[in-house]
Write a protein that binds this ligand. Structure first.
Ligand code: G
Ligand code: G
Ligand code: MN
Length: 540
């Protein structure tokens, strides 16, 4: 019943103009017949009913509709009603002409208001689908788009990396004008192209699949050409990602841009103008999926720590532990940190991750302390953690939850953050150092900092990167570099640890070179918490 009714409403909506015209004409004619044959006196009163179809037609059909109905009503209520009511004589022609003029005016006025209403309504509707500043289509518009089913389309993501700078330097208007120009040029290249602006500095293009190489050339050309706005040349730093989809079915069109977004980001990272998604494997997509699962993994036990001992090279006894994160994924099994950390670092989950790692390592420390074992445990700090203003206070709060002394906590940081943002890093590191935390420089030598530069920071330990360890037996130059580094570091008061020792020869050599401690598969691979506790109890 309801379905039938809604079908009727649809049908009426579709033919509402014709229906309005028919209704108005019929109304006028019926009213005419009543006036002519049924009402004997006071026909003028009935002629007022004519305004209903006139105004109705005006509002719905516009001024033309109002005009035509006004004339029609004026005529049928005029010369076609030969006898006026009182006295029973012929209608005077000037009377009905006057009445018709009023009717036409009413029709035109209603038409003008109707048009105004329709335009305003359309504008409000458009505003919902377009950005009010750039006037490009937004996500709402994408959600309402439909593509021809089973056809092939090319999806393009455009990242404008310096959009914010353009706004600051050349002004917002120049930037939006540029975007509009790009839209115009794209449409003149192919009128079936759809351009959406999901984010201020991000564009999506949908185009029926054609010659991909030609499309790429044309789009790059358009993005370049459009960058001249009223004689001002903008520098626009764009990266494009392309992907082609056959037999498009999905109604959620945003999903089709996942691959082109990845390709555009990859192009951006490699400083290329564009990349095609097929160019590289699905590993990146994997990382997107992994990120969504990561949040839960932090709390459901699938993320946990392994520990690798550090050894004193002289006594060959363990001198500390490094906590290393592991992910036992339900379907993908073991995932190594290098497969997810760099992605997690792009999100704010890195802060939660470091805090969780800190909790777990403190928990392990507490268990060891209760068994009478006291060794520092180091955790790896991401460069991103320093950008969290509350990092220090959050870490202190966690430390206080466990009964562990700060001197048993080591923070491993890489040189990068110290080079990127020295003042901030120094301030944060000093806060930790003042509390008694130990600070280690991880992967030293891999970056480009020098010990002279690092001297300004409160550092206790230098961990020489394992790229040196690998070559030290075969390459005399490496040996000289490592020796010099060890000597200088010791003179500056640092403890020196070498990473990645895989055989006895290297261990012996480094001991001779004066290195104090070492870490590596030769001594021990990373082990689970249970195994490491059992192992350390031997040395008690
Ligand atoms: O243990 P593995 O070799 O897979 O570690 C690879 C890299 O991941 C190393 O560079 C290590 O520093 C890093 N890593 C391991 N655990 C953590 C962690 O808890 N936090 C951060 N930021 N990096 C870690
Ligand atoms: O960058 P960082 O120092 O945090 O890296 C520690 C990582 O190095 C750990 O993930 C660990 O698995 C790895 N590692 C530890 N010892 C060795 C080793 O002897 N050889 C190699 N190739 N990797 C090692
Ligand atoms: Mn480390």
């Amino acid at each position: 019943m309801i379905k039938k009714y809604s079908k009727l409403v649809d049908w009426m909506k579709r033919y509402h103009k014709i229906l309005t015209a028919v209704f108005s004409v019929v109304f006028i004619l019926i009213n005419y017949l009543i006036m002519r044959y049924l009402v004997m006196y006071d026909r003028t009163a009935w002629s007022h009913l004519m305004y209903i179809p006139i105004i109705f037609a005006g509002v719905i059909l516009g001024p033309w509709g109002g005009l035509i109905m006004g004339i029609l009503a004026g005529i049928v209520a005029g010369p076609f009603i030969p006898i006026s009511d009182q006295p029973l004589i012929r209608q005077f022609w000037a009377d009905w002409i006057f009445r018709m003029t009023i009717m036409i005016l009413a029709g035109l006025l209603a038409g003008a208001f109707g048009n105004l209403y329709q335009r305003t309504r359309q504008q409000v509707f458009d505003l919902r689908l377009r950005h009010s500043d750039s006037l490009l289509l937004n996500i709402n518009a994408l959600e309402q788009m439909t593509l021809e089913k089973k056809k092939s389309y090319t999806f393009v993501s455009i990242i404008i990396a310096n959009g914010d700078s353009i706004c600051e330097v050349a002004g917002y208007h120049a930037y939006y004008e540029y975007l509009r120009l790009v839209e115009k040029e794209l449409l003149s290249y192919d009128k079936d192209i759809k351009l959406i602006q999901p984010k201020p500095n991000h564009l999506w293009v949908i185009k029926p699949t054609g010659d991909l190489m030609k499309d790429i050339d044309q789009m790059l050309h358009i993005l370049h050409q459009s960058a001249t706005i009223s004689d001002q040349r903008l520098f626009v730093d764009y990266s494009l990602g392309f992907t082609q989809k056959k037999h498009v079915q999905d109604t959620k069109l945003a999903n089709y841009f996942i691959h082109s977004d990845i390709a555009a980001k990859e192009a951006r990272m490699k400083n290329l103008t564009h990349m095609i998604y097929n160019d590289f494997d699905t590993l990146r997509l994997l990382s997107y999926e992994l990120l969504t699962e990561f949040q839960e993994a932090l709390y459901d036990g699938s993320l946990y720590l392994n520990y690798q001992p550090k050894f004193d090279l002289k006594t060959k006894k363990p001198s500390g532990l490094e906590a290393l994160i592991r992910w036992n994924h339900p379907t993908r099994k073991m995932i190594r940190p290098d497969q997810f950390i760099s992605d997690v670092e792009q999100t704010n989950m890195i802060h939660e991750m470091t805090q969780q790692v800190f909790r777990w390592s403190l928990d392990c420390q507490k268990k060891l302390n209760e068994k009478g074992v006291f060794l520092p445990i180091s955790i790896n700090i991401s460069t991103r953690n320093f950008y969290d203003e509350a990092f220090f206070s959050k870490m202190m709060t966690i430390l206080k939850e466990y009964d562990v002394k700060p001197k048993y906590v080591e923070l491993e940081i890489t040189e990068t953050v110290l080079m990127e943002n020295p003042e901030m890093s120094k301030a944060i590191l000093e806060l930790f150092a003042n509390e008694g935390f130990k600070i280690a420089i991880d992967d030293f030598g891999k970056g480009y900092s020098s010990l002279a530069y690092l001297a300004q920071f409160p550092i206790n330990i230098i961990k020489i990167d394992r790229i040196f360890t690998r070559q030290i037996l075969i390459n005399p130059t490496t040996q000289h570099i490592v020796k010099a580094t060890i000597d200088l570091a010791k003179q500056l008061g640092y403890e020196v640890l070498i990473e990645g020792i895989e055989d006895k020869e290297t261990a012996d050599l480094l001991e001779r070179l004066g290195c104090q401690s070492a870490q590596g598969y030769y001594f021990m691979k990373p082990k689970s918490e249970g195994e490491i506790i059992t192992y350390l109890l031997q040395y008690k």
